[in-house]
Write a protein that binds this ligand. Structure first.
Ligand code: ZN
Length: 183
């Protein structure tokens, strides 16, 4: 960490980037709980320890601080006038780490929902909870559909193997009839 930070910059820097149980996160959780969603929080078994994990919907939610994760065109993301390079580099590293985490989660079949802190401000909270809920439901439907497809595919392959086996047995029987048993 660069040493020539102003006190307020240092304070920002020392505050926990990946802080669990932040106020906006609690608001979101309370809203989702009220809609009947059940979830785990800060699950360390998954890449990036997602803030909220909804296994039934194969969805995870990250609540991102607008400053730390560089929320584009957001009033809460203004690069400090001093040590600009330091802050820009720091936020860029966070964004790269975020993308790496999303790739890992998506490779495991998880859908990733990002909620920005500014979306959880009082006047925007109800809309945000509604759209997050819609996204969760859509992800869940997709997950169920994929699961059904995989099941149908397994069933198709099982039938295919059974058919091949029956064919082989019939052919062997025919040969035995013609030429006598080879055994
Ligand atoms: Zn924002």
């Amino acid at each position: 960490m660069s040493d020539n930070l102003t006190p307020s910059q240092r304070k920002l820097c020392m505050s926990n980037i990946h802080g669990a149980n932040t106020q906006p996160e609690l608001l979101l959780r309370r809203g989702l709980w009220g809609l009947g969603y059940r979830y785990r929080v800060n699950d360390k078994r998954l890449p990036g320890s997602p803030d909220i994990v909804l296994s039934k919907y194969r969805s995870v939610i990250f609540v991102h601080g607008c400053f730390w994760h560089g929320h584009k065109d957001c009033k809460n993301y203004t690069v400090p006038k001093t040590n600009t390079d330091f802050w820009v580099a720091k936020v860029r590293r966070n964004q790269e780490r975020d993308q790496e985490v999303w790739r890992k989660l998506e490779a495991k079949g998880w859908s990733v929902i990002i909620v920005w802190e500014c979306e959880l401000e009082k006047n925007r909270l109800p809309d945000t909870i509604a759209h997050v809920s819609a996204e969760i439901k859509a992800n869940g439907a997709l997950y169920q559909q994929r699961k059904a497809e995989r099941k149908a595919e397994r069933e198709r392959r099982r039938k295919e193997r059974a058919r091949e086996k029956a064919e082989l047995e019939a052919r062997e029987k025919e040969i035995s009839k013609k030429y006598g048993s080879v055994r």
